[in-house]
Design a protein. Sequence first.
Length: 462
Amino acid sequence: MVVLLGSLNLHSQQAASVYPIDRKDYTNPDQYAFLGSILKDVEVVSLGESIHMTHEFPLLRLGMVRYLNERLGIHVLVMEGSAPDVWVAQDRFLNSPRAGKDANAALGGFFGLWNTSEMRKLMEYEAASWQSLQPLYIAGYDVQAGNGRGSHGIEVFRQLIERLSIYVAPPTDFDPAQWMDNIRPLVGADYDPSHRASVEAGLHTLDNWIGRAAPEIEKRFPNVPHAQALRLIPDNLRAVLEFRDDLAKPNSQGYKGLRDIRAGGYVLQMKKAVAGQKLILWAHVSHLHNDDGQGPASVGGILHRSLGPRLYTIAPFAESGGAVLIFSGSNEHIGYGRVHGARGDLGQRLSELAKQDYFLDLRSLPAGSSADPVFRTPQPLWVEAWQQRLNITREFDGIIWIKTVHAPDITPFVLFVSMIHYRNALIIAGVGLILSTALLLTYLVARRRKQRRNAIADASPA
């Protein structure tokens, strides 16, 4: 069903299309059939998230991934995550029975925020698709090696050589301890440009080993581009090396901009080598928006300058509810918080547009003199734990408006991260509880002693 957008005060007879989404059936690919005509000539579909940890956003995008995979034949999903971390997790998953516990373990290649039961459904779908004519394969694109929950830091390289050893023997005279020491600066906090020569020596060894392992992997898993993704890992690690060198130089792009410059280039490399012509990108909107050459670079901006209209970026936003939010640029400040997405002119307009969740194709909105300035100028929208000013028609191609979001299904991990932002308050409360308990015990002991002295005095002869 298509609803014509006539209530947005567009100052024009033109109308855009709004496509209702049934929140009770997010993962059903049939309800995203409207994407067929919208994405007809698109080669990269970017699926963003304005909040990392919700119940709704992963399920919503799983339904879209299913449609893109099953109906439009896009078979590679590239995640905001380290290429070697994700590859190691995928290799373990491919070689496993692919049961529920295996799908859960496969999440270990992603950073901790995506280790939720909702994200596990994505892994379960991927495994099921391997038995179909439309197999989906998940890879990572980021240049932050060692950021997987199950392969943190230098552990990712230990796991990588462990997995490669399954297929072919290590190179002659390969010394694991020395190799790990050579490549350690890629994940250590103390990287210095003087480490470059030893890192490159380690990457050269890895190149040779992968060159022998990849054909064996291709024979074992011919239906998914697992071997092609492996061949790209040395290139990804060289991008990590360049990123680390960039950080050592004065640069206005900052950490995120430098990271996205290298990551965006690697996405384009993956598109050519792994996906052929089309792929799906899954990341936070802070990486997928079109930077339009203004401010720090973004992966979305880099892709937009290369692909133009062949890139289509979808960003979901929440109107209300509560979720586990990022309260600062660091994942260390995470906690449960409320969402107030209807604040501001644009948020209010989007809230009033429909009574249910919906998709809005921003490319169909009027341009030029007939454009509504609320949609063509920077306006506040809710991203993580605060409002950010976004020009949605410049930065995205389509948005999804979700009426209410909730935190992911509770697991020990989600419970833990939901309290991190409030750790200072929890520490103060804990100290207060300890002091209160100590005072109460002191009082009870003193009262008990007084009662005993009184009892002895009453029992004594006059």
